[in-house]
Write a protein of this length. Structure first.
Length: 256
């Protein structure tokens, strides 16, 4: 009998479709308070900056709990509010702030997994070796084919002292791509840089709450300036969103 383990995953990448012959395996994931629930939290190692959690905790709950203690994992896929640590590992997830914190394979230290042959449980972080491959890497993106991820040890970081947001408009997609290529060749890489095409840009604008009063006037002036004076075509323009974080010196350096 084939089983296809499934839990909330990040949709930023293609998801494996289960075989028709597979039988769904439903797992009961215990929800609760990270601070007090043994089903979610096992330990926080503030000396070595690591946290041990069970796979059912969502990114949102994990970050909220860590923030109370002044820490962050820094992994933020689009679905981080609903996707879980187990889902991140099984789909080899990437986060929006990967330039600063890395992808999930850079964040995970240990993984525990239940397989048909028994339990895979790492006791200590695997040291980097100059020969051979890292066995743990086989588990990333395994999509439940090897076993069910039950627990993980993740790196944590102190919450950045400063965080700033910015955006840049481009007349077309080609200009935006050229900027991204030029940025990648510098040392000014922010925590997150995302280029959105015209469809995404217009969709985002449509979802914004309706402005009133002075904000509406300001918005109309900005739109007039961009379209009528700068000559941007609303049907071709695209945007770049930027998140800069770190120490004040780091953010000031990135803003250059």
């Amino acid at each position: 009998m084939g089983y296809n383990p499934f839990r909330w995953y990040t949709s930023g990448k293609y998801r494996k479709k289960p075989l028709k012959s597979n039988t769904p395996l439903l797992l009961k994931i215990q929800n609760g308070d990270f601070e007090h629930s043994p089903y979610l939290r096992e330990s926080i190692d503030e000396e070595n900056l690591m946290v041990t959690v069970q796979s059912g905790i969502t990114g949102k709950d994990l970050e909220e709990a860590l923030h109370k203690k002044g820490y962050t994992v820094g992994h933020e896929p689009d679905s981080y509010e609903f996707s879980t640590v187990g889902g991140w590992i099984s789909t080899n997830a990437a986060g929006m702030k990967k330039h600063r914190y890395g992808n999930i394979e850079d964040i995970v230290e240990n993984i525990s997994m239940v397989s048909p042959k028994g339990t895979i449980s790492q006791i200590n972080p695997i040291s980097r070796g100059s020969i051979g491959f890292k066995p743990q890497n086989v588990l990333f993106g395994s999509e439940g084919n090897i076993g069910i991820i039950t627990k993980a040890v993740l790196k944590i970081h102190q919450i950045p002292k400063q965080q700033k947001y910015n955006s840049v408009l481009f007349k077309n997609w080609s200009e935006g791509v050229s900027f991204m290529k030029a940025l990648s060749k510098t040392n000014y890489i922010p925590a997150s840089v995302r280029l959105v095409d015209n469809i995404q840009f217009r969709f985002g604008q449509a979802l914004k709450p309706r402005a009133e009063g002075f904000k509406k006037l300001k918005s109309n002036i900005e739109k007039f300036f961009v379209v009528n004076i700068k000559g941007f075509d609303p049907d071709k323009m695209c945007a770049l969103t930027i998140v800069m974080e770190g120490t004040k010196e780091e953010v000031d350096y990135q803003q250059k």
